[in-house]
Ligand binder design. Structure first.
Ligand code: ADP
Length: 544
């Protein structure tokens, strides 16, 4: 017997219509490239999204067509998110930091029909246009007529203006209802190893993920919050904030292009931001700026951080020096992306001081909706004792089952688990801690050394800005850890004192064999330290 409750599909359009109706006074603020501020509301965004939907249909877009965006966080990008998915088409967000070759690859792989591009990324599109002419019919510049660049496009590829399209369309459009399992958006992994792979989110997965992120122990967005996603809308839907914030009714502050410490601090303060989300590098830049300038960020109650491990020194600095809670989450493109979040539960509710900081080094407990387990090399499940580490697997309604274009369920094992590629422990209270990416693990004399733990300790040194541990070849032990780091501006690195910081914190045989200081570290398209490049360059450093 089925329940007798209304069977209404979970539609992305319902989020924006809800926000427009219920939260008319909330703001959507964009910092433009020229530094000026544009202000909009959910009501205006919903109306403009309806016009955009009509414009898309007039351009021949129908259900399941892929429509791409190459854009920063802005009100207009938010309009595109809702217009494209709302019509039943698929919003393919492209990371402008991908190599042009990878941009051409993902556009062709997705068979994008139209690409909406911020004017600042027009040169990137011009560079790849000849290679994507087979699928792309039009390039739409996200701006007004005055912002149109002179762009030479191949025959058959039109150059259109976003504001002209909106002006020419009317808003006489009713958001359609269809199967909630329909595809809504597409995001490719960064492809640090091999080609990028497409993860295809559905309306249902997007709404369930947005709800899960909004609970109090996760990002916990409330209607009175003003949230600044530093995480880009061009990668994993900015952790779902473009959906979870309007669902909650919160105002969104879109930071545009300048993500350095000074620019972010200024925007946090002028826009009275209460929550912000970003990767550790962003918060490192902010911390350095705050310490150097003496500025405060007193309206902020929570910074949410993920994408790579969060060093204890960073959590401690924000919480003790600035009174701002730093909350760590973990996830990946294949998980929409949030899978775990680290907030105490009943087992450790009374922790304070060092013990609480230690807990917060962990990636956290699974959100409702996500199941996780760790397995050994033979595939047997490992105990949750905080000691055994193995490959982390997940399953749940916002976890990918197959990459775009691949056979159904081909990303899963026989029991329906998705392997994350992360190596982790899980403690008896359910807190997961990443020790490594499987590909970054260091195998010294057959034993594993956690690069994440060593990096967290290294960035606790007062002169160190960023640190990476790589597996370097070693004649006796096969691999040994090599510490590569950069100094904070104006600081000198004393290698012996950096080595000393490991003493008493780890087993002696985990200590890095050497320290290498570089002017800067290479980063991936999503702002993580590009360990593959470091490994390729320095893997023989210890044998030379
Ligand atoms: P990309 O590297 O392309 O941005 P993802 O965003 O999907 O790809 O990266 C997911 C990976 O990032 C995870 O599998 C994990 O290795 C790492 N990661 C994410 N959050 C954390 C975290 N809080 N601590 C440690 N590693 C993390």
């Amino acid at each position: 017997m089925f329940g007798l409750m209304q069977d209404r599909p979970l539609m992305i359009s319902s989020i924006i219509t809800h926000a427009a109706r219920q939260h008319a006074k909330s703001e959507v603020v964009s910092k433009n490239i020229d530094g000026s501020i544009a202000r909009s509301t959910y009501d205006a965004i919903e109306r403009r999204a309806r016009r955009l939907a009509k414009a898309l249909i007039a351009l021949g877009i129908s259900a399941e067509d892929r429509v791409a965006t190459i854009a920063l966080n802005s009100c207009r990008h938010l309009e595109l998110y809702y217009a494209i998915s709302g019509t039943g088409a698929i919003c393919h967000t492209i990371n402008p930091r991908l190599a042009p070759d990878d941009v051409a690859y993902v556009v062709s792989h997705a068979t994008d029909r139209i690409i909406f591009v911020d004017p600042v990324f027009a040169p990137l599109v011009a560079a790849v246009a000849p290679r994507i002419a087979a699928t792309v019919r039009a390039i739409v510049i996200i701006g007004s007529a005055a912002e149109m660049p002179a762009l030479a496009l191949p025959p058959g590829m039109d150059l259109l203006c976003y504001e002209d399209l909106i002006a020419a369309a009317d808003d006489n459009y009713v958001w359609p209802e269809f199967d909630e399992r329909s595809a809504a958006s597409l995001c490719y992994t960064s492809g640090t190893t091999g080609r990028p792979k497409g993860v295809l989110y559905s309306h249902r997965s997007t709404l369930l993920h947005a709800l899960a992120v909004n609970v109090g122990d996760v990002i916990g967005i409330r209607a009175v919050d003003r949230i600044l996603p530093v995480v880009p809308m061009f990668h994993v839907n900015a952790w779902g904030i473009p959906y979870s914030a309007p669902m909650a009714g919160a105002s969104i502050i879109m930071p545009g292009r300048h993500l350095d410490g000074a620019s972010i601090a200024a925007l946090l303060n002028t826009e009275k931001v209460t929550i912000s989300c970003g990767v550790p590098t962003v918060w490192l830049g902010l911390l350095q700026h705050l310490r150097a300038s003496g500025e405060r960020i007193d309206t902020v109650r929570r910074l949410t951080v993920g994408g790579s491990a969060v060093p204890r020194s960073m959590t401690e600095a924000f919480e003790t020096e600035y009174g701002v809670e730093l909350g760590q989450g973990w996830g990946m493109t294949e998980m929409s992306p949030v899978g775990t979040y680290c907030q105490p539960n009943a087992a450790n509710a009374d922790l304070t001081g060092d013990a609480l900081l230690r807990l917060k080094e962990k990636q956290g407990r699974a959100l409702w909706g996500v199941e996780m387990r760790i397995i050994d090399a033979e595939g047997a499940a490992l105990p949750w004792d905080g000691l055994a580490f193995g490959l982390l697997q997940v399953r749940g309604p916002w976890v990918c089952s197959a990459y775009f274009g691949d056979a159904p369920d081909s990303a899963l094992d026989a029991e329906g688990w998705f392997s994350t590629g992360d190596i982790a422990t899980i403690d008896p209270d359910g807190f997961m801690e990443i020790t490594d990416r499987a590909k970054d693990v260091i195998k010294s004399g057959g034993e594993w050394i956690s690069s994440v733990q060593l990096e967290n300790i290294a960035v606790g040194h007062p002169d160190v800005a960023e640190a990476a541990i790589i597996a370097a070849r070693h004649p006796k032990w096969d691999e040994r850890p090599l510490l590569i780091l950069t100094a904070k501006p104006g600081h000198e690195i004393d290698r012996a004192s950096v080595m000393d910081i490991f003493d008493g914190k780890i087993a002696t045989w985990w200590k890095p064999d050497d320290v290498l200081v570089l002017p800067e570290l290479p980063h991936t398209a999503t702002g993580k330290v590009h360990k593959m490049i470091l490994r390729d360059t320095y893997k023989d450093y210890l044998v030379k």
